[in-house]
Design a protein around this ligand. Sequence first.
Ligand SMILES: O=P(O)(O)OC[C@H]1O[C@](O)(COP(=O)(O)O)[C@@H](O)[C@@H]1O
Ligand SMILES: [Mg+2]
Ligand SMILES: [Mg+2]
Length: 335
Amino acid sequence: MTERISFTRYLVEQQRDHGRIPPQLRLLLEVVGRACKRIALAVNKGDLGDVMGTAGSENVQGEVQKKLDIIANETLIEANEWGGHLAAMASEEMEGIYLVPNRYPQGEYLLLFDPLDGSSNIDVNVSIGTIFSVLKKPEGHPGVHESDFLQPGHQQVAAGYCIYGPQTTLVLTVGDGVAMFTLDREQGSFVLTRENIRIPEDTKEFAINMSNMRHWDAPVRRYIDECLAGETGPRGKNFNMRWIASMVADVHRILMRGGIFMYPWDQREPNKPGKLRLMYEANPMGWLVEQAGGAATNGKERILDVQPTQLHQRVSVILGSKNEVERVTRYHQEP
Ligand SMILES: O=P(O)(O)OC[C@H]1O[C@](O)(COP(=O)(O)O)[C@@H](O)[C@@H]1O
Ligand SMILES: [Mg+2]
Ligand SMILES: [Mg+2]
């Protein structure tokens, strides 16, 4: 029988044997993993628990909050404020940053998260997830300010997500490839099930919300038109389409078998760069995809190089199989 490596042991080995992560970061990631297990339990209760439906409130971005958005947010805050060894947190569901109270151990890391991604899928029993990103607090001043969070994605020290689907799977990078852990419910622990995940450079599968087609910009329309033209078109091959409407689930599929995911700028809200959030969605997913050999851009530049100016900043997202992402990015640069 092959040896089972738990998430905790994997992290200990990354710290002790490979020196890849400092002890505080290891503890932080363990706590995030524990919080995800608790969120998974809440998700699984469905109609048997008080977890479905809307909460009757709106988040800072004016979106209706689901009960699970709030439960997941509180679970991550509670777990990390006393056990996470961090300085502060920021969440898609909270307007400002959350400082770890003085009575709890203080640390040097900043944790950012989309506590529940794919909210529209909660009530219909389709895969949803938690996305997280870890940054180091800049040195040189006491306390933590919102501006400390405004670091480009290439400065992340860890990133990952947990998908609550047919299996509950935690996916992590600390900058040395992508590892995947499946939750063993009988043991109550995440077990390492895949390492060094690689995204094929080419693909015949795209993911985009086609209902927005009439609002897209010319380069995105050109790319999708060419895919739709199939074998007899300029690409000379047939493409398949998938759109789960949970970024975690769409990105998970791409990590497993390749593909391209796009949520581009469109004319519905021309003043917003895109729908997805740079700090909680695009940066962690962009880094995971790059670490698996894929690419992630906003059509103009690498997502990880975008300099954030606001915590809740939006961004256009094109990520996945390298050659396809490069093609769409090139279309944005051609006249
Ligand atoms: O419903 P749309 O416009 O297709 O948007 C789907 C996208 O919105 C999101 O659900 C946004 O995430 P939240 O659920 O965290 O707000 C993404 O996960 C997904 O890719
Ligand atoms: Mg989301
Ligand atoms: Mg969310």
